[in-house]
Design a protein around this ligand. Structure first.
Ligand code: SF4
Length: 700
């Protein structure tokens, strides 16, 4: 940085939900110098390997730079007009539910706001879903069931202040590395802190675990039912808190007490001593934070898992207090911001509920949108099914690569190939989904985009540009607004800057959000934000209410967002066991790659960590199949195939295999693992079960 005369730009990392502050400095030789922002509360100057390598990923070699129709370069006006005309025609001929948007946790809050406003408010359908459905929608659903709103009540400081941190389905060391570094530092400073890792795999996170529970796939609900029963029997519940602030304890406890010790051991795959060690630790430690991620969310029982965890916190009153609470960590940089503006098919803007007539009236009035959708739209897996069977006539995919990342990925390819009209907004020219675009629109990328993101602890940070937009690339909010105006919605989309959009979003959160009927998301203090204040906006954690009485700590007053002010303990039952043969395929991330590698694949340094996709398999399973380290194994399921190199290791359970989800056909033609994943979803959240598909494995 010292070589550069201009001060660095303060921005935010575009990868995971930790939301680290980054100092970016374009250098005279065209490179970009990257450093952690010491003043950003999320990372205090730290960066992980992916964040530190961001400067290696801003080249233009693989950028989409010009709009195109059917592969032929066209003007922006021609491309935007074509999109507007085809979407308008589909709505006119088949109704608003014949069109859909599929968005991304990579979009900025302002982009998401405009997309949601256009689809739900003015086109009149709620068919706008996102790859965040694959990431944390079970947590959203669990929060809404328990708290009456999608509210994350814990901060990074709470995790550091806890005496016990329980990590459920989270390889924090690889997937949220800076938060892991903070946990490591907190444990080093206070060696009495205990860390429990609950994960079928002995991941890198287990390096700091006092106890690792190698849970069987989808054993989470039984485990936390067992914990609830133990807390009750040990006298560790908080009857005064339960009486004053909750309902549903009796029914939730009834489910827990119905589980026998034998059932518990069978369903979790854990020994009685290990279970007791965990249960006693939790019972004896009031300052407990339970942190979970995709291992809990990406399941056909994901929402029940979340509520089984939250039930234990509610039963013990360990919520709304320093160093205690249930903490969902999001995978993507702006999954939280997307939720805040309603970027899921079953949500309305500002965390309001689309099925709530009063909430619809608030949004309809604020937007002056008489056509506002009145019912939830299609969630991701169902949305692509509707594309496949012809119900969706026009689809717009923004900033995501579903032909690699969706379950049953080959079926997504077939669906897009059959769709009459597909629009893809993309920064990367190598994104596999572009091959199916009738219209390709070049989107601005990180370093060029200007807006906000929200991290896992509800902290809003600015992403600021430090590079010019190359070629004809444009911000997503600009593209969406231009199409909306061409569809006839001129006044509602007359935006000139992201600051205007953010100010409108903040004003909507505060609109009719009075103290007596308060909703959780309140950015009222930012409602009048002007361009200069937006530019200077420092990282802030909401609520940021203009009301004087807003609580400083979520749920500190024991008041939740259900109409009666009480939280709900949700009765949950163990999922039915799958008796099918074969292996359980668990998919996940590696440390140095992100999603489908369109950015991290550009960095030789990141690719050097793990050069190719692999299959983790237990030594006894490998021996039974005649497989040794580095042999090629062929995986197959009713949905697809992959060929992967074996990594024989006892870090996983027998009968289970693990494979990373990043590699696309461009990097590893036979490594598209999500092609094998069955499109099975959680019945409440619609989140796909990406962690437990049945596959066959054989020597290649
Ligand atoms: Fe970026 Fe996440 Fe790494 Fe922070 S921890 S630098 S947000 S990838």
């Amino acid at each position: 940085l010292a070589q550069n005369a201009t001060p660095p730009t303060r921005t935010t990392c575009p990868y995971c939900g930790v939301g680290c502050g980054v100092l970016a400095s374009p250098m005279p030789d065209g490179s970009v110098s990257i450093a952690g922002d010491p003043d950003h509360p999320a990372n205090l100057g730290r960066l992980c390997s992916k964040g530190a390598a961001l400067g290696e990923t801003v080249g233009l070699e693989e950028r989409l730079l010009h709009p195109a129709i059917e592969g032929e370069r066209v003007s922006w006006d021609a491309a935007l007009t074509a999109v507007a005309e085809r979407f308008s025609a589909a709505v006119r001929d088949h109704g608003p539910d014949a069109v859909a948007f599929y968005c991304s946790g990579q979009l900025l809050t302002e982009d998401y706001y405009v997309a949601n406003k256009l689809m739900k408010g003015f086109i009149g359908s709620a068919n706008i879903d996102t790859n965040s459905r694959l990431c944390m929608s079970s947590s959203v659903a669990g929060h809404v069931r328990a708290f009456g709103a999608d509210h994350v009540p814990v901060s990074y400081e709470d995790m550091e202040a806890a005496d016990l941190v329980v990590l459920v389905g989270s390889n924090l060391a690889w997937c949220h590395p800076v938060l892991y570094q903070r946990l490591v530092a907190a444990k080093a400073a206070r060696p009495a802190m205990r860390v429990v890792v609950i994960d079928p795999r002995r991941s890198a996170t287990c390096d700091i675990a006092d106890l690792h529970l190698a849970l069987a796939a989808d054993g989470d609900v039984p485990l936390f039912l067992g914990l609830l029963a133990h807390l009750h029997r040990a006298g560790a519940t908080d009857p005064a808190f339960l009486d004053a602030h909750t309902t549903g304890f009796g029914a939730a406890l009834g489910e827990a007490l119905a589980l026998t010790a034998c059932d518990l051991e069978a369903a979790t795959g854990l020994s009685a001593p290990d279970l007791l060690a965990f249960f006693d630790l939790v019972a004896q430690t009031p300052r407990t934070v339970t942190l979970w991620s995709q291992g809990a969310n990406q399941s056909a029982s994901g929402t029940d898992k979340v509520n089984a965890i939250v039930n234990c916190h509610l039963a013990t009153g360990r919520i709304g207090k320093p160093g205690a609470g249930p903490f969902s960590i999001t995978g993507q940089p702006n999954a939280m911001g997307g939720r805040e503006v309603g970027g899921l098919a079953n949500m309305l803007a500002a965390h309001m509920a689309i099925e709530n007539p009063a909430h619809r009236e608030i949004v309809r009035t604020f937007w002056n949108a008489p056509s506002l959708s009145e019912k939830p739209g299609l969630k991701a897996v169902d949305l692509f099914r509707a594309v496949a069977d012809g119900r969706i006539k026009a689809l717009w995919i923004m900033g995501t690569n579903p032909v690699v990342s969706m379950p049953d990925a080959d079926a997504i390819k077939a669906a897009l190939a059959a769709c009459p009209f597909v629009v893809v907004s993309e920064a990367s020219a190598t994104a596999d989904t572009l091959a199916f675009a009738h219209v390709a629109l070049p989107a601005a990328a990180w370093g060029e985009k200007n807006g906000t993101v929200t991290n896992s602890e509800r902290r809003i940070s600015r992403q600021r540009p430090f590079l010019d937009m190359p070629g004809e690339a444009r911000p997503d909010w600009w593209i969406l607004s231009a199409v909306a105006r061409r569809m006839g919605f001129r006044n509602a989309f007359a935006y000139h800057t992201p600051a205007e959009i953010f100010a409108e979003h903040a004003a909507l959160t505060a609109f009719r959000n009075e103290a007596a009927t308060s909703r959780d998301l309140d950015l009222g203090a930012l409602a009048g934000l002007d361009a200069a204040a937006y530019e200077a906006l420092a990282p802030l954690r909401w609520p940021l209410s203009a009301r004087a009485a807003a609580p400083a700590r979520s749920f500190a007053d024991g008041r939740f967002f259900h109409a009666d002010g009480r939280a709900r303990l949700v009765p949950v039952a163990p999922p039915k066991r799958d008796a099918a043969s074969g292996f359980t395929l668990n998919t996940g991330r590696v440390r140095d790659h992100w999603h489908t590698m369109t950015r991290t694949g550009l960095s030789p340094r990141l690719s050097a960590h793990i050069a190719e996709p692999f299959l983790e398999i237990h030594p006894e399973d490998a021996a039974a199949l005649g497989l040794a380290d580095a042999d090629l194994a062929r995986l197959s399921s009713p949905h697809g195939e992959a060929t992967l190199r074996c990594l024989v290791t006892d870090r996983g359970r027998r009968g289970a295999v693990f494979a990373p989800m990043h590699w696309t056909a461009a990097y590893a033609p036979s490594g598209r693992v999500d092609a094998l994943v069955e499109p099975r979803t959680d019945p409440v959240s619609g989140q796909p079960a990406l962690k437990a598909s049945r596959v066959s494995v054989e020597r290649y």
